[in-house]
Design a protein around this ligand. Structure first.
Ligand SMILES: Nc1ncnc2c1ncn2[C@@H]1O[C@@H]2COP(=O)(O)O[C@H]2[C@H]1O
Ligand SMILES: [Zn+2]
Length: 315
């Protein structure tokens, strides 16, 4: 299957393309081994949170880092970090959300005291694989520590339950026009926002790709709901297959989560790409609202799920 190793190939290609291997004197073999370990640490049985989602986010992150404002100001270190964070941001995702881990007394919930449980786990897994691979073992320990901390701060920003905090901060900066990309803290903040956009950009992809992601994510929600029912637990929001439809979930997700974020992103990065993404998002929302049921089904896809359709990565 074509997409099986897409995360490894894509990330490796981007490292080479950016010249990161020479710049940071990385060992190509260690880099490849690290990426294979990352790929393997995603659970392929998850319909949505698998290595293909990580590849999708990495591809989007690359596109955002190529936007004029960012490409002019990002340092090689920022780029290295942005790619590493995107590729590792959901490592070892269990296919259920934090609420589920808390109510089933999962050890990860107590380990991270019920706060950003999954994101902390993804970060710690990423650090473990980095150390195990020895990819950065030639860096001075202070630099390595700094990189691990920044990686954590990027991955923790993907906690969707903290979306409003980040979004209001972003809005306030844009209103005050005080984001200066020669300032490293501001650049880091923009990388956080770029990663957040990349993580939820699937509704901004062309319809035939976006629709597939919507079905994958809903499959995962509903199978969590089924598991909650089997264990006589309250069924989590969006997870009850008898009370939700893919279309309803998409309309809500786009209206309340994706649109507010991407509108601010387009204010920051007012480019053709931002306009194209907003265009797809609006037309996808329209389709979820108005198309007849049979056109909304996964099986009516126009491209095979085993190939990479033009315009982006699809599941
Ligand atoms: N198309 C979508 N529809 C509904 N929820 C989504 C969609 N895409 C992403 N999400 C949610 O947004 C979350 C972003 O962080 P995660 O990848 O951990 O988990 C993701 C899902 O819970
Ligand atoms: Zn994600």
């Amino acid at each position: 299957i074509v997409w099986r190793k897409s995360l490894v190939d894509l990330t490796l290609h981007l490292f080479i393309d950016y010249g990161l291997i020479k710049l940071f004197r990385l060992d190509l073999l260690k880099l490849r081994q690290f990426l294979v370990m990352v790929h393997e640490a995603y659970r392929r049985q998850n319909p949505y949170h698998n290595a293909l989602h990580a590849a999708d986010v990495t591809q989007a992150m690359y596109c955002y880092m190529q936007e004029p404002q960012l490409s002019e100001s990002l340092t090689s270190c920022d780029i290295l970090l942005g790619l590493l964070a995107a590729a590792t941001h959901d490592l070892d995702h269990p296919g259920v959300n934090q609420t589920f881990l808390i109510k089933t007394n999962h050890y990860l919930a107590s380990l991270y005291q019920n706060a950003s449980v999954l994101e902390n786990h993804h970060w710690k897994c990423a650090v473990s694989l980095l150390r195990e691979s020895g990819l950065l073992s030639h860096f001075p320990s202070e630099d390595r520590q700094n990189l691990e901390e920044r990686l954590g701060s990027l991955i923790l920003a993907t906690d969707i339950s903290r979306q409003n905090e980040y979004l209001s901060q972003f809005r306030a900066h844009l209103d005050r026009a005080d984001l200066h990309l020669n300032n490293s803290q501001n650049r880091h903040f923009i990388l956080q926002m770029a990663l957040k956009c990349a993580d939820i950009c699937n509704p901004c992809r062309p319809w035939h790709i976006s629709k597939l992601w919507s079905h994958k994510v809903t499959d995962e929600f509903f199978s969590q709901g089924d598991s909650e029912k089997r264990q006589n637990l309250d069924v989590s929001i969006l997870c009850d297959r008898n009370a939700n439809t893919v279309a309803k979930i998409q309309i809500g997700f786009i209206s309340f989560v994706v649109e507010p974020l991407f509108l601010e992103w387009a204010r920051f990065s007012d480019t053709p790409l931002s306009q194209i993404m907003l265009g797809h998002m609006t037309s996808n929302k329209y389709k979820w609202t108005h198309l007849p049921q049979e056109d909304l089904r996964e099986s009516t896809q126009s491209t095979s799920s085993k190939t990479l359709p033009q315009g982006g990565l699809g599941p």
